[in-house]
Structures are given as C-alpha cells and as structure tokens.
Write a protein that binds this ligand. Structure first.
Ligand SMILES: [Zn+2]
Length: 199
C-alpha cells in the first residue's frame, strides 16, 4: 500500500489529536494549510507559538492570562469579597459578559466518578486554602447545572462548610443539564442574581 509523505502524515496526525477533529477533517485542514498562501499558514503556527509563550495559569485563580496574577486578580477595583467558583477558564468570559465584578476560582474540571476525576485532580485544595486565608463574604459555586456539576458543588460545599463562609449556588433558573458555556448572558445574569444559600 502506498503511504503518504511522512511530513504531510505528521501534520494530519497532529490535527487529528485536537478535540473535535476527526481524521477526515484533519486531512481537509492539512490540505487547506498546504494550499493557502504560505504566510497565512505560518501565521497560524506563529499564533500558537505566541499564545504558548505568553499565556500562563494565574497562581491565584487558575485562569489563563498573559500575566500572573491575572488581570482580574490584580484589579483592585473588583469586589474582593465575592468569589465565583467555575469549572473551566473559558467560562470567565461568560460571567464577565453578565457584568459580574467579583473574583473567580477555576477548578480546571469537575469531579467525575466515570472519568476517575477526584478532588485532588482539581484545584479544590487551593480553593479551600484561599477561602481560609482571604475572608470572602460569599463563595458562589457556579459549576454546571448537570449531574457532575451538582455533585462537584455538593462536595465543595462540604469541604467549605467548616470555614463558616457563606456558600451559595447559582439559581435553579438555569435549564437542568445546560452548559454555562452555552446559555445567554441574560440567563446567566439571572442565575447569579437569584443565587441561593447551600447548607
Ligand atoms: Zn487570577
């Protein structure tokens, strides 16, 4: 069987490793990159290089930013007494769009028995240490309103309970099973507005 050029094959394999990119799409993208102007293809490579060189994980809130502490953690005008706990760094933009002006803590995932993700695989230890040290008036658990998101919120609420800080959850107005990444800013704003205490 004739094999394809190794250089081309290598690009296809690497594209195929990206989330949501199957072998057919990987092949299509690779041939597209070989067909367009060299400059355009190389700008993509340069953008990847730049983002990898510049972007770091904020050691306070664990979101991605070109500075550490990140722009949000270093902004003294934000409400330092309110902490929103989220699963994924991509959700920061979603909450920023609602006008939220407090701080964040990114868990970098959620607990999942199925996928074997335990509290120590997330930034839960850092969350507890942060809440212990920082005297927040409120910690709102804004994990997704699905089975694993709810389970994660329950475990976090238990871990935070001994610290005596008020712990809340987003309002139930979010459609069950919905993903925070997909709901509109107004629905999300209502969910923050109507947050409820967790015992
Ligand atoms: Zn930060």
């Amino acid at each position: 069987m004739a094999t394809r050029d190794r250089t081309i094959e290598n690009l296809i394999t690497r594209l195929n490793r990206l989330p949501g990119i199957g072998p057919k799409t990987a092949e299509r993208l690779a041939f597209h990159l070989m067909r367009v102007e060299a400059e355009e293809a190389l700008q993509l490579a340069a953008a990847i290089e730049q983002v990898r060189a510049a972007v770091k994980t904020c050691r306070r809130c664990f979101q991605l930013d070109s500075q550490d502490p990140c722009g949000i953690c270093s902004d003294a005008s934000r409400d330092q007494t309110m902490l929103l706990v989220i699963e994924d760094p991509r959700e920061v933009t979603r909450f920023e769009d609602t006008g939220y002006r407090g701080l964040y803590h990114v868990l970098q995932g959620r607990l999942s028995q199925l996928e074997g993700i335990r509290p120590e695989d997330l930034t839960t230890g850092q969350l507890v240490a942060r809440v212990k040290a920082a005297k927040f008036a409120e910690v709102c658990l804004a994990t997704n309103p699905d089975l694993e998101g709810e389970g994660t919120a329950r475990v976090l609420a238990e871990q935070l309970a001994p610290l005596g800080t008020k712990v809340t959850r987003l309002a139930r107005g979010l459609p069950a099973g919905a993903s925070i990444a997909q709901v509109s800013a107004s629905i999300l704003a209502d969910a923050i507005e109507g947050r409820r205490p967790l015992s």
